[in-house]
Design a protein around this ligand. Structure first.
Ligand code: SF4
Length: 422
């Protein structure tokens, strides 16, 4: 039985118990949320090194780090990024490889990763076929099965884009920016056929059920710029995604839904609420979203602004964006910055939506700051290594209470402690 099937039968699985303990919630709460489809535990039965985690609105907001070899990296380089991404607090990783030995890297990711691993099988189908036109439904199903057999916990499946949606993208500024979406649109136009991931969705559900793979229903028509946000193309596909959520649940497979992309700050709340309504409250997984189109080089900050707003209004899974988004291939430092920016957004949203215990660490931090207890501060911050590095960059003596920001005479904490007598 899948996690969903067990939950619906009232069974609390070992994965639910572990996920609940990590969340500080009861196992019964996790079971109920999974049974209702409001949460997922992406845990392929073949992923033996996994420490299960629950993704859903009732729990702490989670973040994903996109990794993988695009031909500008090496197997070893991506394995190093995986290790660091986990160290820096990614709750999940996606292997988006489009270069190198895909299966070797995917298997290595699953073997070494304690967090759920996601993939986008259409990339591999494209590489094997050589051209978009040569992709066949049988090849897509074969690749999906292999990813499932390899222990992948969740897969992006762009089954929501249909032939009738393609004309809506023609009037857009940026057209179709999803790599998988553009491949499928081209395939549908060439073969004058419906999206094979849609027509073979029942077959995919059977594979997913067999290995307990979770759907990440891809938003092939996600807006790629502010001008295209919340348009007819995006919402037409969303309706199909809602339909597919219902089909996957009925088959016993878990599902979450992917979202934009690029959305003006004032439209994020509305688009998240609409997605939750149309997609039967399935966990909503957003890429950022970016709130401006002109922050290249700083898109991790751009994404964090949108992500905090999205999470506040119901998104439960945030895909990080690195400073290299739109302009280059991220290195380890970019991965670090992307993760820390999105962890900050997720945590800010957890506090703002009143998640029990979310603020405890912040309040402890405030006390440690006032007590000038640097050791405690470093234990509480999201990135102790970076905080320590900055703290001792200018003032190297470990005994000094103040830091280099204000200096000893102007350190307001020091002066306040003397003035207030505590
Ligand atoms: S020097 Fe300024 S920034 Fe540093 S601890 Fe004191 S008040 Fe805070």
């Amino acid at each position: 039985m899948t996690q969903l099937e067990s939950a619906c039968k009232g069974i609390i699985t070992p994965q639910m118990k572990i996920a609940a303990r990590r969340e500080g919630a009861s196992a019964e709460t996790v079971r109920k949320e999974v049974a209702a489809g409001r949460a997922v535990i992406a845990a392929n039965i073949r992923h033996k090194s996994l420490l299960p985690v629950v993704i859903g609105r009732r729990f702490g907001c989670k973040i994903n780090a996109n990794l993988g070899n695009s031909g500008f990296s090496t197997h070893g380089g991506e394995i190093k990024k995986l290790r660091l991404a986990v160290k820096w607090g990614a709750d999940a990783v996606m292997d988006l490889s489009t270069g190198g030995d895909l299966r070797k890297l995917r298997r290595a990711f699953v073997r070494r990763s304690p967090v759920p691993v996601g993939t986008v099988p259409v990339y591999e189908a494209m590489l094997r076929a050589g051209t978009v036109e040569n992709i066949t439904p049988e090849l897509l199903l074969q690749v999906i099965r292999e990813h499932a057999e390899d222990g992948v916990d969740f897969m992006t499946v762009h089954a929501g884009i249909l032939r009738k949606h393609i004309p809506f993208a023609k009037t857009r500024v940026m057209g179709i920016v999803s790599r998988g979406g553009a491949i499928l649109a081209k395939w549908m136009n060439h073969h004058r056929s419906e999206n094979p991931l849609y027509t073979h969705f029942a077959d995919i559900c059977r594979i997913f059920r067999e290995y307990d793979v979770t759907f990440s229903l891809g938003d092939a028509l996600r807006p790629g710029c502010l001008a295209d946000a919340c348009d007819r193309a995006q919402y037409a596909e969303l309706e199909t995604l809602g339909e597919l959520v219902a089909v996957s649940r009925k088959s016993g497979a878990q599902a979450m839904v992917e979202g934009p992309g690029h959305v003006p700050l004032d439209q994020i709340a509305g688009t998240v609420k609409k997605a939750l309504r149309v997609c039967h409250d399935a966990p909503f997984y957003v890429l950022g979203p970016l709130v401006t189109d002109i922050a290249a080089g700083y898109d991790h900050i751009n994404a964090a602004i949108g992500a905090a707003q999205a999470a506040l209004h119901g998104a439960s899974f945030l895909c990080y964006v690195t400073p290299k988004e739109h302009v280059g291939f991220p290195d380890c430092e970019d991965v670090r910055q992307g993760i820390m920016a999105l962890r900050t957004a997720a945590h800010a949203a957890d506090i703002a939506r009143g998640l029990e215990g979310a603020r405890r660490r912040d309040d402890e931090m405030s006390k440690a700051r006032y007590a000038m207890d640097w050791k405690r501060q470093f234990a509480l911050v999201l990135d102790p290594g970076r905080a320590r590095e900055y703290r001792f960059q200018t003032i190297t003596e470990t005994v000094s209470e103040h830091c280099a920001m204000c200096g000893p005479k102007f350190c307001s904490v020091k002066n306040s402690r003397e003035a207030c007598g505590r």
